[in-house]
Each structure stands twice: as structure tokens, then as C-alpha cells.
Design a protein around this ligand. Sequence first.
Ligand code: GSH
Length: 231
Amino acid sequence: MITLYQYPPHWGLPNVSLFCMKLECYLKMTGIAYQVKVLRDPRKAPKGKLPFINDNGFILADSSLIIDYLQKKYAPNLDAHLSPLQQGMSLAMQRLIEEHLYWILLYSRWCEDDNWLICKPEFFGKKRGFFLNFIAETVRKKQFKVLYAHGIGRHSSADMYKFGVKDLEALDILFTGPFIFGEKPSTLDASLYALLANIMVPPIPSPLQTYAKANKKFVEYCDLMKNTYAI
Ligand SMILES: N[C@@H](CCC(=O)N[C@@H](CS)C(=O)NCC(=O)O)C(=O)O
């Protein structure tokens, strides 16, 4: 049995990490049996980030590497029906979601002062002692540094959200429906659903949330994924 190590659920979402939610969604889509172990401290993970898995003693980190591994070892290929063009688009959109939009989502939670006041008690508890409060603020400071080092954090909040909404508009254009590439789901649906649910469900206002909630296609898509895969 595969053990999936990930953060605890919040706000009714299985995970507020889009990478953890993507991987759990993939496991549900493929029907691979797994159990969850909740970890709050990513420093205990092999690469200092969650998720990671333990498959009978074999430990592997990174949602994409894990999906490649699971696909080879256990699962039918969810992408076998995709044309070469769609496979290329799938990777490009995955990168857009995980390497660009992700950082703007992270900014909206950790760096906007008003949103931080919503996230801090949810992630670190309402009755924090001195120690947990210190950890919360230390992690927050780290996020500012990481965003700055990435480069995206050097832009104004307005420009970052402009980039993010453009990304969402691109996903909207490329979205065929009812799943990203039409009638049959594919691996990219795990990433896209994890992203959209993480933008729409938490009570964290942002231009990303305003855009996604007003997009009928995205709202219906999240309902479809949630109902189909019970996640
Ligand atoms: N490329 C990794 C990214 C994982 C990732 O960024 N996880 C974040 C949560 S969304 C994390 O654990 N960050 C902890 C940290 O940076 O200290 C994957 O696909 O699994």
C-alpha cells in the first residue's frame, strides 16, 4: 500500500497544497490504493517539500516524479488517448500551472496582509503560543524571500495578478470540456482541478479568485471533478 505524506486538509479542501491535491486526485483517478499520513513540517520530507510517498520502503518526492513512477509501475496511462500535440500542450500547461500560477497563488495567501490574517489562524491554529506564532512569521518571511529569488515577487501586486489572470485566460481558451482535452480525463486534469479548487474554495479573495469564480466553465469543471472522483 502506498503511503502519501501530505499537509492536513483546510477549508473543506483535501489539500491547500496544489501539488498534494494534484497527486491525491491522480491516485483517485487511477484507483491506486493509498493511505494518507499527515505531516505539517516539510523539513521532514526528503526534498524539504510535500508531497512524497513511501511505496513499501521506496521513498519518492515530487508530484510529477511520483506520477511518472506510479504510471510505470501500476496505472493505466491516463494520457494514452492524447495526440502528440495534446501531449506537448499538456506539459506546457502543467508548467504554467505549477511553475507560474502557483507562485501567484502563494503570494495571495502569504504576502497580502489581509489574506495572511485569514491564513495564519487556519494554518497555525487560532490559539497559537509564542513558538507557533514565531514559526508562522518565519515561514511567511521565507515566502517573501522565495518569491523575490524566483523573480516574480519583484513585481507589484497588481502586475502579479495581471500575469495570473492572463494565465487563467490562456487555460480557459485551451480548455475543451468537459475535461481539459475533451470527453476523457487525462493527467493534466489532476493539476488543473487542484489549481482551480485552490483558487476558488479557500476564503482568500484575489483577482484570481474573482476571475475563476466568474468563469462558468471552471465552476462546472470543478463540480464535475469533485463529483466524479470524490475529492
Ligand atoms: N515540485 C514539487 C513542489 C512541491 C511543493 O512546492 N510543495 C510545497 C507546498 S505547495 C512545500 O511543501 N513547500 C515547503 C517549503 O517550501 O518549505 C512537487 O511537484 O511535488
